[in-house]
Design a protein around this ligand. Structure first.
Ligand code: NDP
Length: 328
C-alpha cells in the first residue's frame, strides 16, 4: 500500500478532529492531474476547517487545505505534463475535494493555474488564496475606475493575510492607504508594507450612520458586519468598496443611502469559483505588482505538524500577515 503524509479532518463524537495521518494513495479522489505538493498556506477558512469552528468541510475524512503550489507528477489533461509547476486555489479543495495539506493531490486540470515564471512555489503560497483574493479586490477597484488621484483607500483587517497583501499592492500602485487595524502594535509593520496612515479598528465598529463624513474613495474589506457598513457610509461620492471577508461577522447592517445618494458601489469578491481567466489575470498581476521583499517580510513558515496551533491563532485574529506551510 502506497501512502503519503496528510493533515486529515475526521468526525468525532463531539465534532471534528484534525491530525497528521498516512493517507492511502488508493483513496485519492478522481482527477486528471496528480501533483506533488510543495507548499500550502494557512488561510482564515483553513483555520475554521481545522478547528471545526464552522462547517467548511463537507465530506469525511477530508484532507484539509484550500490551496497549494507544486509540480505535476502525472497528467491526462491536455494542458499539463509532468514537471509543470502549478497553483491551485479553492474549487472546493479542503471542503468537498481532498485538499492541500498533503504530499500528494489529485485534481482537475481545469482548476490549475501555471506558476508565474519568476515565482517560486514557496512565494506563490506566501501569497496564497488570501493574496490572490486581495489582487482580485484591487482589480475590481481598478475596473470601477479608481486611481491614486481618486483619493485615499482603506484596507480593513489590515494586519491579516488579505489585508497585508492588499496594502502592499495598493501602495505599490501609488494609492494612499489607510490601514484599519485592531492591533496598534502592528503600526510599524503596516507602515513598512506601505500604509500611509493607521486607523484604529474602533472607528469602523461603532454605530452605523446611514451617511457619515466622506473619507475614502474606496476600500477593501476583509471584516464584514458593522466594519463594512461603516466603510460604505464613509465612502466618497462615486466610490467603491470590494468586500471579501467576514472576520468580524457575516451580517451587513447598512442602508441603501450610500448606494442611492452617493453612487457608491459594493463589489463582491469570490476566490473559490472565480473563472480561470480572472485567476490567470490575478496571478500575472501578482508577479509584477507585489513587492517580493514586502512579501517576505509578511511571511513565516511552519510545518504540517504546527497547523493545529496556527489554526487556533488565525481564528482568534492573532496571526500577522501570511503563514506558508512547507509540505514534506
Ligand atoms: P486573517 O485572520 O489573516 O485576517 C483577518 C483580520 O481581520 C485579522 O488579522 C484582524 O486584523 C481582523 N479581524 C479579526 N477579527 C476581527 C473582528 N472580530 N472584528 C474586526 N476585525 C477583525 O484572515 P485572512 O486575511 O486570511 O482572511 C480575511 C477574511 O477574508 C476572512 O473572513 C476570510 O474568510 C476571507 N477570505 C475570503 C475569500 C473569498 O474568496 N472571498 C478568500 C480569502 C479570504 P487586525 O488585527 O489588523 O484588525
Amino acid at each position: 500500500m502506497a501512502t503519503f503524509k496528510a493533515m486529515v479532518i475526521d468526525k468525532t463524537e463531539t465534532g471534528t478532529k484534525a491530525a497528521l495521518a498516512d493517507f492511502d494513495d488508493a483513496n485519492l479522489m478522481d482527477g486528471d492531474v496528480t501533483v506533488r505538493v510543495e507548499y500550502s498556506t494557512l488561510n482564515y477558512k483553513d483555520g475554521l476547517a481545522l478547528t471545526g469552528k464552522a462547517p467548511v468541510v463537507r465530506r469525511f475524512p477530508m484532507i484539509a487545505g484550500i490551496d497549494f503550489a507544486g509540480t505535476v507528477e502525472s497528467s491526462t489533461h491536455a494542458a499539463w505534463k509532468p514537471g509543470d509547476k502549478v497553483i491551485l486555489n479553492g474549487w472546493g479543495s479542503g471542503e468537498t475535494h481532498l485538499g492541500a495539506y498533503a504530499e500528494k493531490a489529485r485534481v482537475k486540470g481545469d482548476w490549475l493555474v501555471r506558476l508565474p515564471s519568476s515565482m517560486s512555489t514557496r512565494e506563490a503560497m506566501a501569497i496564497g488564496t488570501a493574496g490572490y483574493t486581495a489582487m482580485l479586490a484591487v482589480i475590481a477597484l481598478e475596473k470601477h475606475g479608481l486611481t491614486p488621484a481618486s483619493g485615499p483607500v482603506a484596507v480593513t483587517g489590515a494586519a491579516g493575510g488579505v489585508g497585508s497583501v492588499a496594502i502592499a499592492l495598493l501602495a505599490k500602485l501609488g494609492f494612499s492607504v489607510s490601514a484599519v487595524t485592531g492591533r496598534a502594535e502592528e503600526a510599524d509593520y503596516l507602515k513598512g508594507l506601505g500604509a500611509a496612515e493607521i486607523v484604529e479598528r474602533a472607528v469602523l465598529t461603532g454605530p452605523v450612520k446611514m451617511l457619515a463624513k466622506e473619507r475614502w474613495a474606496g476600500g477593501i474589506d476583509a471584516v464584514g458586519s458593522t466594519t463594512l457598513a461603516n466603510l460604505l457610509s464613509m465612502a466618497r461620492y462615486g466610490g467603491a468598496v470590494a468586500a471579501c471577508g467576514l472576520a468580524g461577522g457575516m451580517d451587513l447592517p447598512t442602508s441603501v443611502a450610500p448606494f442611492i445618494l452617493r453612487g457608491v458601489c459594493l463589489y463582491g469578491i469570490d476566490s473559490v469559483m472565480c473563472p480561470l481567466p480572472r485567476r490567470q489575470e490575478a496571478w500575472k498581476r501578482l508577479e509584477t505588482d507585489l513587492d517580493r521583499p514586502k512579501l517576505a517580510a509578511m511571511t513565516r513558515e511552519i510545518g504540517l505538524n504546527e497547523l493545529p496551533d496556527a489554526a487556533s491563532a488565525i481564528v482568534a485574529g492573532q496571526v500577522r500577515g501570511r503563514v506558508v506551510v512547507k509540505i514534506g
